[in-house]
Design a protein around this ligand. Structure first.
Ligand code: GCV
Length: 665
């Protein structure tokens, strides 16, 4: 067993009477989603019991004998869109929802209970998704490579062709099982052949894929090249205010939607890191997004426009320009100008998926614009799926951040759930961590981030620990020791990673372009706007009112807290301030001693994680044990490399020895 279906690898459940008693499924399989719901249930029951249940129409439903013998799928008003109820009635379990997606999600919720061998008697629950859009973004290229992909090659593309096969179906099942309802299949950096995805050349396969996705309630999206009319050789401009350009897009969208009617819309990276956009023509992002939004409005399509826009040609000597400000500075003044089918997709922080960043100030800034939160489970800067880094605790903190945009219902979670401003076009997207590796995510434990992300969008009130336990139970079964150990590893992993890598919110310090492994000055004299500004006296970027002023982009009380080095939370101190190495943190330690202590602690945490995992020999599948121990051995060694480089660098810069006299080079 190598987890070829990740957490959907069901096995026989000897002696699990609740599943064994179920002999009938009653449902009207009158659509693709309903057919798939029935199939999922039937296949799961067959796997659990070794026996096929009988499937009948709902009209044939009989009163049971008192014991649970059947499962009924009933469409009935009562739950909000995509929500479901599970309850026991007349000797059966009822999965009830007002729409098909709700039925499908209810079916998976029920299967998952059986997979964990929980008792079904007396079940009675109602679940409704918090976020309307729960999306994954794949950065897959048409040549089969994946930008920032750490689990093999793409399973959507190979040699500039589109792949539709069994894995497409398993993928859709996996996503649906955790409530994902949208997927963008190609990289936001749309170049070369990918520009042609909106042409006839690829329509057949794309339609086929969109239909498979739809059968699992997933809306199919693509990334779009803003300069397509020019790059396809049809126009010499992509000026959004040029009527000829708008007309080109209207015509093209009609052709695209005629061929792929299930297309949900497009994700767009414009004027960022070399990608084209409206700036070329002296226009702004509202002009660009609205032009495209108008063109796809007749088909109910969405334009998801990314706010990751900054000057990537900065002079490192320049201390005024601040990359952290750029998203806010570019988009805040456009608030209220976007059409209703435009959503701004905002990265969780103002920089780029670091292990720690403040929450992006556009959350709480924007009040009249649809918003989506973008996170990254691909772990580009958090260990690239070679280190364990369970990110759900971090995402929870981001979601629970109060923006103070209103007196109540003002957290990031409220905003992206549509609670704050009553929006429907909002939600959360994750840059995906999947590839064609047997276990989907390279590191076996990285699947917890994929599972966890979906669960978090649907039920953000769940604790990170609860989500982890669910995933462990589904993947590894009911062994108590296995659960405790893997839970320990997952819950330690993000804090450990933060400790042994870049300190106190400063971020980066990684090898340029690869973004893996320590290189303290890797980006210090470069053009990317990512500096630590360390000298012999101190470290950190002054983003206070007498620095770049970034701290003041937040609403009160955040602005005053971040602006003041005495009040700024320790974990973000160096993001907001340049301080001496001898600066006393809230914890009572000096900055330099904190750096030394956390780096030694981080390594000890990884050692303990690896030691605990070794105890699972024989308790988890051998293949998995081998893969995970191999990666943990690398993580141990690599954490030491981080520790020693960071400690040595700052010891040499500051000349201040470690109070505890540990080995620093
Ligand atoms: C897809 C970072 C990554 C890039 C990525 C970019 C983005 O800069 O390193 O690989 O490009 O973010 O989010 O657009």
């Amino acid at each position: 067993m190598g987890f070829e279906q990740a957490w959907l690898d069901y096995g026989k459940k000897e002696g699990y009477a609740d599943a064994e008693r179920i002999r009938y499924i009653y449902a009207d399989a009158d659509s693709a989603v309903m057919k798939n719901s029935v199939k999922e249930l039937r296949d799961a029951l067959a796997a659990f019991t070794g026996r096929d249940p009988q499937v009948n129409a709902l009209s044939e439903r009989k009163e049971g004998t008192g014991q649970i013998e059947s499962i009924c799928l009933v469409k009935k008003e009562g739950c909000r869109a995509e929500g479901y109820r599970l309850y026991e009635e007349k000797g059966g379990i009822v999965v009830e929802a007002s729409d098909e997606r709700g039925i499908l999600y209810g079916v998976f919720a029920l299967i998952f209970r059986m997979q964990r061998q929980e008792t079904l008697a007396g079940i009675d629950l109602k679940k409704e998704p918090a976020m309307p859009l729960r999306m994954v973004n794949h950065w897959d290229n048409m040549d089969g490579s994946i930008e920032r992909g750490y689990s093999g090659r793409s399973f959507f593309f190979e040699n500039n062709e589109i792949l539709v096969d069994e894995r497409t179906v398993t993928y859709a099942r996996l996503m649906a099982s955790v409530g994902i309802n949208g997927a963008v299949i190609n990289n936001v950096n749309v170049k070369d052949q990918a520009t042609y995805m909106i042409t006839e050349k690829y329509f057949d396969k794309l339609r086929e894929m969109s239909e498979i996705f739809a059968g699992y309630g997933i809306r199919f999206f693509m990334s779009l090249n803003y300069a397509a009319p020019v790059e396809l050789g049809e126009l010499d401009s992509a000026d959004p205010l040029d009527e000829g350009v708008a007309a080109w897009w209207e015509k093209r969208m009609k052709i695209v939607y005629d061929a792929i009617p299930l297309l949900g819309g497009f994700l767009i990276k414009a004027d960022s890191e070399g990608r084209p956009g409206p700036f070329t023509y002296g226009r702004d992002h509202a002009d660009g997004a609205n032009m495209l939004a108008r063109a796809i409005e007749p088909y109910g399509g969405l334009i998801i426009w990314r706010c990751f826009v900054y000057n990537c040609r900065q002079d490192w000597r320049d201390r005024k320009t601040d990359r952290a400000r750029s998203g806010y500075d570019n988009f805040m003044e456009l608030d209220g100008r976007f059409r209703n089918n435009v959503i701004l997709q905002i990265k969780n922080g103002p920089m780029d998926f670091q292990v720690r960043e403040p929450v992006h100030p556009l959350f709480g800034g924007l009040t009249k614009t649809n918003q989506m939160l973008e996170v990254q489970i691909a772990q580009e800067y958090t260990g690239q799926q070679r280190h364990i880094c369970y990110l759900i605790p971090w995402f929870k903190q981001i979601l629970e951040f109060r923006t103070y945009v209103k007196e109540t219902d003002d957290t990031v979670r409220d905003i992206v759930s549509g609670k704050t401003f009553g929006q429907k076009n909002c939600g959360m997207a994750a840059v995906a961590n999947t590839g064609d590796d047997e276990n989907w995510t390279g590191h076996d434990l990285a699947a917890a981030n994929l599972y966890g992300f979906g669960r978090l969008c649907y039920e953000p009130e769940l604790a990170a620990q609860e989500i982890a336990k669910e995933w462990i139970g589904l993947t590894y079964g009911r062994d108590q020791e296995v659960e405790e150990t893997i839970l320990f590893l997952l819950m330690e992993s993000w804090p450990a990673y933060e400790k042994y890598t870049s300190p106190l919110g400063i971020g980066w310090m990684v090898n340029p372009s690869l973004h893996y492994g320590p290189s303290v000055d890797g980006y210090e004299y470069d053009r990317w706007g990512t500096y630590h500004r360390a000298d012999h006296l101190g470290i950190g970027v002054n983003r206070s009112r007498n620095g770049t002023g970034y701290a003041l982009l937040y609403r009160e009380p955040h602005a005053s807290v971040y602006d003041d080095m005495e009040k700024c939370p320790d974990e973000l101190l160096l993001f907001f301030h340049h301080v001496p190495y001898t600066w006393k943190l809230g914890s009572g330690k000096t900055v330099i001693q904190h750096i030394y202590d956390t780096h030694f602690e981080g390594v000890e945490m990884v050692d303990e994680m690896a030691r605990r995992f070794e105890e699972l020999k024989g308790k988890v599948p051998e293949k998995v044990y081998g893969r995970v121990t191999g990666r943990l051995a690398h993580q141990k060694e690599h954490a030491r490399e981080w520790r020693d480089q960071i400690n040595t660098y700052f010891y040499r810069k500051s000349g201040i020895p470690d109070e505890k006299g540990r080995e620093i080079f």
